[in-house]
Each structure stands twice: as C-alpha cells, then as structure tokens.
Design a protein around this ligand. Structure first.
Ligand code: AHG
Length: 334
C-alpha cells in the first residue's frame, strides 16, 4: 500500500507545527482541485474586473483559490503571516513574538491563461521561518525578505489529468497523487531526480526577438540540432503554466526558461521571486537540478520586495550550467 501524506509526515521527523501547516496547505489545494474539476459547471471560469498588485486582470479562480488557501491555512497554530500573488500586502494571522513560527507564501493559481481552456494549472507555495521578537509586534514585509535558501519547505500542486503534490522538506523531493476515489494523498514517488542531461527545453519562443544574447545563443544552439554545436536534436514544450512545465522537468528532465527580455527592460523578468521562482528552485535543487537567475543561483538572490520579479532558468544541471557559462562569457570584455 502506498504511504499517505499523513504517514509520510509522521515518519519524516518534521516539526509537528510545520506538518500542521503543510497539511492545511494540502487541504486548501484539495478544495482548489475540486473547484477546478467542476469548471464551467461550478461557475469558476472567466475574468473579474479587478486587477492584482501586478496589474494583471484577476480570473475568478485566482481569487477563489486565494480565499480557499487563506481559509484552510489561517488556523495553523504557528503560522504568523501570509504573502500571496493575489494580495498587495501581507496577511497577518498572529503577531511576531518570542514563539517564532512560519511565514507562508503562495501563488494560489499559476497559469491563469489556461483555466478557461481546460489545460493544466497549479498552486506554488513556500514556507519561511518567521523571526522571533522578545515583545510582540506586527509582522512586516521586511521580515519576509529572506533568500530562497532560508526556505523550510516548498512545493506545488499540479491540477492536470491528475492532481499531484510535489513537496520538499529539504531532504529530497516526493510526489503524492490525490486519489479521487478516497480523497487521500498517496505517495507516488519517494525520490524525484532530474537527469543532469536533457534534450528538452521550455520557453515562450514568441519572445525570441526580445531576449538577451546569451539566451538567444542557447536556444539557437538547441534549435540547430545534431548538426549544430550541441550535436543532438532538442524537443520543445511550453504549457504556459510554470507548475506544469516544471512538473514535466522533475519527472523526466529538461530546462525551463522565463528570462529577462527587452519588452520591459527595467523589469528583471515576468515571474515572481518569492512565491514562484524560489520554491521551484528549492525543489529543483533538491531533485539534483539547478536554478539560475541570470547572475547567480536563484536561491542566493536577496529579495528587496515581496512581489519582486526575477529571470528564471532552471532544470537539468548541465543545461543550467551552460546557460550560466553563456551569461558569464557575455560579461567578459571582447
Ligand atoms: P499567471 O499565473 O499570471 O497566468 O502567469 C503564468 C506564468 C507562468 O506560470 C508561465 O510559465 C508564464 O507565466 C506564461 O507566460 P506567457 O503567457 O508569457 O507564455
């Protein structure tokens, strides 16, 4: 019999209050999964008139998913505050105090453009330590601004043909599939490992003309196939949901890129550091891969704001190292 999520936590030796929080996240995601499965029948499709802090039009399911996670997670006894793609500021659950606790960050519904067309979407989450304070005080956004290396746990849930939770407690990466018959999360992979070499890349190629030279060179070399400098043919996949694209990579290898591009030169990238890139970077590193932000390891990036954007290149180690090398060479004087 496969291990359930609860049994795994019981065997993991993890802090019981962290387990309480992660089980709450899993319950929120079960509810999102149920809403996703109902689709048009459940009146969850379509856009709202509102925009989120990123200036993006919110979909009904973005807002529903945010509320479902807030409701499921807020009772967790040591959760201090929450940051979300769908909320401008932080959501305080309790005060920072001598007891410490956890911060939770999430992108409640990743891949919004896929919702109405019945293509895979997901939820991404990250847990950071909350500071301790001798006297009680409000949590601040500055408290959240910790590098990705500080994450205690991270994961995502992909709502695809199956609902699958992929999780790391910093000791490898495991997958649990939600059994629609019993409603139980069952372990379906106990040690996900990303092969270091790959022949598959994932990027929105419609932006090619806007990319920086190293990214363009990397993709051109892949496209040149077995007669080019790479000496092998590559395949390309783009789901337009980072969760789905990264899930493919943790299952069979590959490299995912959403790099800086010249459409908005002052913006580091499209994706958000704290609740998209960092949790994925931790999962990918824990599965033996690597994550690069155009300058260094994503997990070493020191955040300056909650909704900060970042350039993302992650997946099979050899490919990410190649991208890092191309970026370093581009900086060298001719
Ligand atoms: P959002 O959740 O706001 O829809 O963003 C999705 C992200 C990411 O999941 C995906 O890889 C990327 O945006 C897709 O962007 P393009 O539409 O530019 O391809």
């Amino acid at each position: 019999m496969p291990v359930t999520l609860g049994q795994y936590f019981a065997q993991s030796g993890a802090d019981p209050s962290l387990v309480e929080l992660l089980l709450a996240v899993s319950i929120g995601c079960e509810r999102i999964s149920a809403a996703v499965r109902r689709g048009a029948v459940g009146d969850i499709l379509g856009a709202l008139e509102s925009e989120n802090v990123q200036g993006e039009t919110q979909k009904k399911l973005d807002v529903i998913s945010n509320e479902l996670l807030l409701e499921a997670c807020s009772p967790a006894s040591r959760l201090v505050a929450i940051g979300s793609e769908e909320m401008d500021g932080i959501y305080e659950v309790r005060k920072v105090g001598p007891q410490g606790g956890f911060f939770l960050l999430f992108d409640p519904l990743d891949g919004s453009s896929n919702i109405d067309v019945n293509v895979s979407i997901g939820t991404i989450f990250s847990v950071l330590p909350a500071p301790t304070s001798a006297t009680e005080r409000d949590a601040t956004e500055a408290d959240f601004l910790q590098p990705g290396r500080s994450q205690i746990a991270a994961g995502y849930v992909v709502y695809g043909p199956q609902t699958t939770l992929v999780l790391t407690l910093r000791a490898g990466v495991r997958a649990f599939t939600l059994d629609p018959v019993t409603g139980e999360w069952l372990e379906t992979n106990e040690a996900l490992a990303i092969p270091p070499e790959t022949k598959e890349f994932s990027i929105n190629a419609s932006n090619m003309r806007h990319w920086a030279a190293p990214v363009r060179q990397y993709v051109e070399e892949c496209l040149a196939g077995d007669t080019g400098p790479r000496g092998k043919n590559f395949n390309m996949r783009w789901v337009a949901s980072m969760v789905a694209d990264v899930h493919r990579i943790v299952m069979r290898g590959g490299v995912f890129l959403y790099p800086w591009d010249a459409r908005e030169p002052n913006r580091a990238g499209k994706l958000r550091l704290m609740y998209e890139a960092n949790p994925m970077a931790l999962l990918v590193e824990q599965a033996g891969g690597a994550a690069f932000d155009g300058q260094g390891a994503t997990l070493d990036c020191k955040p300056v704001s909650l909704h900060q954007r970042v350039s993302v290149m992650l997946g099979s180690k050899a490919e990410v190292e190649r991208l890092a090398r191309l970026h370093a060479e581009a900086l060298q004087p001719a």
